[in-house]
Design a protein. Structure first.
Lengths: 355, 355
DNA sequence: TCGCGCCGCCAAAGCGGTTTGGAAAAGCGA
DNA sequence: TCGCTTTTCCAAACCGCTTTGGCGGCGCGA
């Protein structure tokens, strides 16, 4: 059932039916009611393609997810972010198109999305330091919002981010307040912008107390369980091991937990652990009382809000970029406690001779 | 730059240019070359909307992801499945549209997708026993493939699934061969089809050895870390605790591991654990040697193959449904070992008096 | 009663492609 | 040179919707 048929069945012109359905005033309320009722009865839905061809608005937003061939990690945060954004789109009558693209081909993908006219805007995931995508999107004039930021990007752009620096600074401070002095950082890969900011927050907190930085206590790599485990094992085997560790994700925190247990260390007593918790729906940080002390910020909410920002920008055709910085909560769980007084129970002696 | 402009710039008609670009024979090779070169130079991409309006093919596939409000779990498997499917789509020139929908509204969503003509087919996620969606899609005549199956669905349909029953039967058998007799099952929610099949496999293996089923050793619930932990704690506190546990996902396995450690049990020695490993990119089961013994099947590959099936069905307009059953590997990791001889080291005595 | 403005509707021209039905030009055998 | 086929291109219709520009008819004030 298309518009013409519907119009014919009502003895009206397509024009009038279209106007009736789209709420234009040039049609009497009587016929409008009649049209709406008929549309409902026939389950009529305007053809998206035709509509967007006629209006010039695609009514859809692209999310480009880069998938590298080398390390094929799909961002674990992705599903929940999408779920949040999807809620917004559905309310606004937008569709969401997903483009999986081998990274490196992203530039062409954005060009294509624009030239093919298949979307009204895009959301940029996983920005890196000085991410070239931003400059490119700016140039080709496709509305976009970045989830995160890109340090060292000169062009203005819209973004939504959490205050990663502040979050990790606060977490580090919290550990320092508990008496910890050797604090490890198990971070994401260092070209990701959020990882840089978290590292900065960590470093600033140490610096504020005049503490030296130990390169051995900083790890950065893909946020997997295994990497968390390895990094922690390595740190805990140091002559002067950390009494606390900061982690960039629940998943690597779980790896760190495994390493602690392997060394017979009790989390919260022998080793303190703070992680960042994106509130992933399938990886909750406990139910009532959090398992891990964590900096917490819902990535699903972020998805919802980022999408709202983008739709707002598209609707208003605003030139001035919008930005939004969310603060993460610091929630106390069972994985932190005061720094142990002496050498811990792993049986290791500090300052072993093989150092 | 659109077709008309491109044609004008070449001194040709839109017809000829269109034919040249789409490989039709009614155009000389000389002009075809000229057109292709010009298109490349101008970075011309045909407008997707116009094209699909003209051809009647949307060149896009919908993935409907239901998000319930009660328990807002987004399937953790989703991101990787999507990544796999996306690879297929990108190769075939298809787009992927994602519809996030509150479950219950799914029926209407499928109707809409069809009536609005915005997709050529859909992939159905997370089928349940006798899932009504299948019958409905069948009725409205939208091509679809189900990732998984729906026991008790009378209409024929296309699906791709792994052999969940066989996988869990083999895993159970493996544990039985190691001497385990008390084996727990931490399964997904019982209305999900895959959970039913896994349970069946588990029960069949026990039955084949004439072993009785203990309802206390079977848990089913959302596959979260916390649920895995709780279920395992509960089982391990039984008067006659299990010496081995089967788990439906890496995430709940991690919860079980936590419970084991909390009881001072060593995985692989005091307690054996087998999980199902979907090879999620962000949750690998170790690097070289697997952490958990597991039934393994890549959900990303499944995504790729499911998408291929659907595109094949759309292209061939085949009536006969296609099906594909993949076998999971049983891979040996560090979490299994022979059943402990006596009561294990948790300090519990079997057959305690409070039973 | 007449003239004017407004209301309610419609015909037709797009949007940017594909595709049908020719038509001119070129090739070919007699 | 003629007639016929083949090659190469084009004009126009169409996909399903929106939107511009009108056009009758009715109400209203003079």
């Amino acid at each position: 059932m298309n518009l013409k048929q519907l119009a014919q069945s009502l003895g009206l012109s397509p024009t009038t039916v279209s106007r009736a359905l789209n709420g234009y005033p040039e049609v009497s309320e009587a016929t409008r009611a009649r049209v709406i009722e008929a549309a409902r009865r026939h389950d009529y839905r305007p053809n998206t393609r035709a509509k967007s061809l006629a209006t010039g608005r695609a009514m859809s937003i692209a999310h480009v997810i880069p998938v590298s061939n080398r390390h094929e990690i799909v961002n674990p945060v992705f599903a929940d972010f999408i779920a949040g954004a999807g809620e917004t789109y559905v309310k606004a009558g937008y569709e969401m198109v997903l483009s999986v693209v081998n990274d490196g081909d992203e530039a062409r993908m954005y060009q294509d999305l624009r030239n093919r006219g298949s979307v009204d805007g895009v959301i940029v995931h996983g920005p890196r330091a000085a991410d070239p995508r931003i400059e490119m999107l700016h140039r080709i004039g496709l509305p976009f919002v970045v989830h995160g930021r890109a340090t060292g990007c000169e062009v203005p752009y819209s973004w939504l981010d959490i205050n990663n620096r502040r979050a990790f600074q606060r977490a580090t401070d919290f550990l320092l307040d508990l008496g910890h002095r050797r604090i490890g950082l198990v971070n994401g890969v260092e070209w990701m912008d959020y990882a840089i900011r978290r590292r900065t927050g960590y470093l600033e907190a140490l610096a504020a107390r005049g503490l030296a930085v130990d390169g051995n206590l900083i790890y950065s790599g893909e946020m997997t369980e295994t990497n968390g485990y390895r990094a922690a094992r390595h740190m805990l085997a140091l002559p002067d091991p950390p009494t606390a560790i900061l982690t960039s994700s629940m998943i690597s925190a779980i790896g760190v937990r495994r390493a602690a247990w392997a060394d017979g260390l009790d989390l919260g007593r022998d080793l303190s652990l703070i992680t960042h918790d994106d509130e992933l729906s399938y990886l909750r940080n406990g139910d009532e009382v959090p398992i891990f002390t964590a900096t917490r910020s819902s990535v699903r909410t972020a998805g919802r809000m980022t999408a709202e920002m983008l739709l707002g920008i598209i609707a208003s055709e605003a030139e001035a970029p919008q930005t939004r910085l969310l603060e993460a909560d610091l929630i106390i769980g069972q994985s932190t406690g005061p720094a142990p007084a002496g050498p811990h129970s792993s049986g290791q002696q500090p300052h072993q001779e093989h150092a």
